[in-house]
Design a protein around this ligand. Structure first.
Ligand code: XIL
Length: 380
């Protein structure tokens, strides 16, 4: 009897040890057959990134943080470095989350992205109220100088200007254009280069599969290049759907951008599975369809995603990544806009309170079929 108890105790201790090791190694992956992470698998192709929210940055979501550390080798702050949070009032800077964000990336040796210096959305109100152009430009110089210098040598790449073009390829009318003139993009890229000459400088936008919009962006890139202004990459946001854009359209983005000798980055990849009766594409964050809030027709998968759609999503991700792999020499980073489904911004945009499934990890932090597909695309 005594021996049995001892045996039992020894077995229990071994079980506890084994369990704690597997917990530390990411128990979230208990439903799949590989210990290798996504970023391990793709390390010779391109960075695999995730946008991380403030809960992850501030250490309040250790499950997501665990996934980020294990699966991704690049991070983007979902909101924490946007102007309205970093400089909400003139010369009042708040770097609490920004510093933590950068610390997380440095500690884990990641390719750290700063998002976004100049964007007409999530901008501080004082910038919208500033009347004098000189004063406005002073604020822009102060913002870029202060933020970029603070993280010089740590933030590897900046989304310098975000969403500056209309769908027809013309320059969007924004406070930046109105106050700084039609050459403002170029002037802003120059300012960022002065503050950190080694950082990769990105122009970032959505709907670049639309030829007219992409053409407008490419013209801007050529102008910067002909004036000797540094631009390293075009970020195609990639807020996509199950059925659009087509693979051909995505391939065209890659070919056209890389032709200019700049890197292609897919910066905000997620795939909505929810109805889109308005034929809405892209990611205009101010679009809001509140009249559909609570309408069950607009939120069909509240109690779970049907297998058929889960499969469709996995296949869509697989097809997209096959294309990315084909063009690995032109693509330097693919970043998902979030870590797990429950925290995706697509639960609240363009209608609040829906249940969406756009990412690689489910609502319980488990890898989905799509994750397995992407892992299995690369041989051992
Ligand atoms: C989104 C965030 O995910 C949301 O949390 C926030 O409420 C609005 O902005 N394009 C961008 C991102 O460049 O910054 C946006 O992020 C999504 C669209």
């Amino acid at each position: 009897m005594k021996i049995n108890i001892t045996k039992f105790t020894v077995t229990s201790i071994i079980l506890i040890i084994v369990c704690s090791i597997s917990c530390a190694n990411g128990l979230y992956k208990s439903n799949i057959d590989t210990k290798e992470s996504l970023s391990d698998k793709y390390k010779d192709l391109f960075y695999i990134g995730a946008a991380i929210n403030e809960d992850i940055i501030m250490g309040r979501d250790s499950k997501s943080e665990n996934i980020v550390r294990s699966e991704f080798n690049s991070i983007t702050p979902e909101n924490s470095l946007k102007w309205m949070y970093v400089q909400p009032a003139p010369n009042h800077f708040n770097f609490v989350a920004g510093d933590k964000y950068v610390e997380l990336g440095v500690k884990n040796n990641m390719y750290i992205v700063g998002h976004a210096l100049v964007w007409h959305n999530q901008l501080a109100d004082f910038m919208k109220r500033t009347e004098s152009s000189d004063e406005f430009i002073n604020h822009v110089e102060n913002h870029i100088g202060t933020v970029v210098s603070r993280y010089k040598g740590k933030i590897d790449a900046w989304d310098v200007v975000n969403e500056a073009f209309n769908e027809d390829g013309s320059l969007r009318s924004s406070v930046f254009k109105n106050q700084m003139g039609d050459n403002y993009i170029e002037n802003i890229f120059k300012l960022v280069e002065i503050s950190d000459p080694d950082a990769d400088l990105i122009y970032n936008d959505y709907n670049l599969y639309k030829p007219a919009k992409l053409a407008g962006v490419l013209e801007m890139v050529k102008r910067l290049q002909s004036n000797g202004t540094k631009i390293s990459a075009i970020g195609a946001q990639a807020h996509w759907r199950l059925d659009s854009p087509s693979l051909k359209e995505i391939e065209q983005i890659i070919l056209n951008i890389s032709e200019l000798g700049v890197e292609v980055m897919f910066t905000e990849l997620d795939i909505t599975v929810l109805p889109n009766p308005w034929k809405l594409v892209g990611a205009e964050v101010t679009q809001n369809f509140s009249k559909f809030e609570g309408d069950p027709k607009m939120n069909p998968y509240e109690n779970g995603l049907p297998q058929s759609i889960e499969k469709q999503l996995a296949k869509r991700y697989e097809d997209i990544f096959k294309l990315f792999i084909k063009h690995q020499d032109k693509i330097s980073r693919v970043t998902f806009w979030g870590v797990m489904d429950k925290h995706s911004w697509l639960n609240d945009w363009p209608i609040k309170g829906r249940t969406n499934y756009p990412l690689l990890f489910d609502r319980y932090y488990k890898p989905k079929q799509a994750y397995n597909k992407l892992i299995n695309l690369i041989g051992n």
